[in-house]
Structure formats: C-alpha cells, structure tokens
Design a binder for this molecule. Structure first.
Ligand SMILES: Nc1ncnc2c1ncn2[C@@H]1O[C@H](COP(=O)(O)OP(=O)(O)OP(=O)(O)O)[C@@H](O)[C@H]1O
Length: 247
C-alpha cells in the first residue's frame, strides 16, 4: 500500500479547550477519505495542521514521507490544499490569481501559462478568467480555490468542504473531477454533507469533539444503520452524551 498521508496522534489545544484530540490515520494512493463531523468537531483544525498552516500542540503529520513542520517546503510540494472559504487576494482576476499561485509554486514562462490553463479547464473557469475573484459567486470562488490546489498536480489533496456553495450541477462536476483524479492521488475531503460520502468516498472517518469515532469503508458505515443520517447522529450525538460530565 502506497501511504501518502500519515497522521500520528495529532492534537490541538486552544487554551484549556481541546479542539483535536489524539487523531491518527493514514491515507493511501487511490483512496478518497471523507472526513465527517458536526459543526465544531475539529475538521478544519485537523486539515490546517495536516496542510502545515497551523502548528499542532502535539503529534505529527507527514505528506509523502515529509514532516509538515520539519520539512514544510518538501511536504507542500506534494500537497494541494483547499482551505475553508474564499481565496485570498479578492481583487485579482481569476487568471491573475492562479498565475500568481503558479509563480509561487516555481512555474515560469510557458509552463506557468500551461498549468494555469489546465487548472482553469478542469474546473471550468475559462469564461470568468478575466473577472476579479471578489465579483464571483460563492460556487465559482470555491472552484478558483480548487484550481489553485490542483495547479502543480500534487499527489495529495486535502480539500475542506470542496462542494460548499455549489449548485447541484457544479457539485456533480466537482465529484466527477475528484473521481477522475483519485486513482493517482490520496484525497481527504472534509464535509458535513453525508451524501458526499456515498457519492465519492471509498472510506469515511467520523470525528466528534475532536476524537475519531469511526474509521471504515463508506459501505460499512452506511450498513451500520437504516440511513447515513441516523448512523451519523448515533455516532456523534451518542459520543457527545458520553462526554457530558456526570450530574
Ligand atoms: N483559533 C482558534 N481559537 C480558539 N478556538 C478555535 C480556533 N479555531 C477553532 N477553534 C475551535 O475549535 C473547534 C473546532 O473548530 P473547527 O473549525 O476545526 O471545526 P469544524 O469541524 O471544521 O466545524 P465546521 O463544520 O463548522 O467548519 C471549534 O469549537 C472552534 O470554535
């Protein structure tokens, strides 16, 4: 198994509050892992640490064998990260922003034009390439973020809510894109949209109050109960009840 993402005992505390609590998992090439959990469960915080944008309180993450803290540049070379929300530099045009990101990634001349062109093609952004990012709809902004993550054709993709704000047609297109990319990459998608799991994920990890409460194939998770909604509630609400201090 070609393991590309290794997460070992990752923990993040904000003061006395533990947002991510001893999370460990690995993701191999060819896997699309759905990282699920209710609002505030710790998904984005975990992803920011895996992407090297936030320092863990404890634990480590490696991308293609490179520690995201100790070998940050090497790790980021193999990583495409779609953060939550809209891309920065909203006053830049779509093409200008992607071209800037490509330059930061070390592309120049015709290579730079080519990677920007390819990323805009797969995310269907050509028609808005000259529009400032701030004037785009939410769905288009997400696609600019996705294009930025794909520019350097990384082996690892960490995507925080990639279909957030997209209409059903755009969701379909992004899911097909992830499916097309998946054989050659290790992909983690954070979401609280449960239909995403059945639609694109080979495996699901459920996190609740910062702790992993399930890690299994999407089919095994779905088979735990009458519906994925119910399984999700049982795992996350039951876990929340377990954590209540005794009266
Ligand atoms: N910089 C910070 N300082 C203090 N608390 C924080 C900080 N960042 C996140 N948190 C807290 O950590 C917890 C986990 O937040 P996180 O954004 O990782 O959750 P999430 O699972 O991504 O939620 P959502 O689905 O709503 O995006 C939340 O209670 C949040 O308020």
């Amino acid at each position: 198994m070609d393991v590309l993402i290794e997460i070992e005992r990752l923990t993040k505390r904000f003061g006395s509050f533990t947002a991510v609590d001893d999370v460990s998992f690995t993701v191999a090439r060819g896997e699309v892992v759905g990282f699920l959990g209710p609002n505030g469960a710790g998904k984005s915080t975990t992803m920011r640490m895996v992407a090297g944008f936030m320092q863990p309180t404890a634990g480590t993450a490696r991308i293609c064998g490179h520690d995201v803290q100790d070998a940050a540049v090497a790790a980021r070379r193999h990583l495409g990260f779609l953060p939550e929300g809209a891309p920065t530099y909203p006053e830049m045009t779509v093409e200008g922003f992607l071209s800037f990101c490509a330059a930061v990634r070390g592309f120049s001349g015709s290579d730079r034009r080519q990677v920007v062109h390819d990323a805009m093609t797969v995310t269907a952004l050509e028609d808005v390439r000259l529009q400032p990012v701030e004037t785009l709809s939410k769905g288009f902004k997400r696609r600019v973020g996705l294009a930025q993550a794909l520019l350097h054709d990384p082996a690892v993709l960490v995507l925080d809510e990639p279909t957030d704000g997209l209409d059903p047609n755009q969701k379909h297109d992004v899911r097909r894109l992830i499916e097309m990319l998946s054989p050659k990459k290790a992909i983690v998608i954070s979401t609280h949209i449960l239909e995403e799991v059945g639609a694109i994920c080979s495996r699901a990890i459920v996190i609740s109050h910062g702790k992993v409460v399930a890690d299994e194939s999407a089919a095994a998770l779905a088979a735990r109960g009458p519906s994925l909604d119910q399984v999700f509630r049982d795992l996350t609400v039951a876990h929340a009840a377990d954590m209540e201090p005794a009266a």
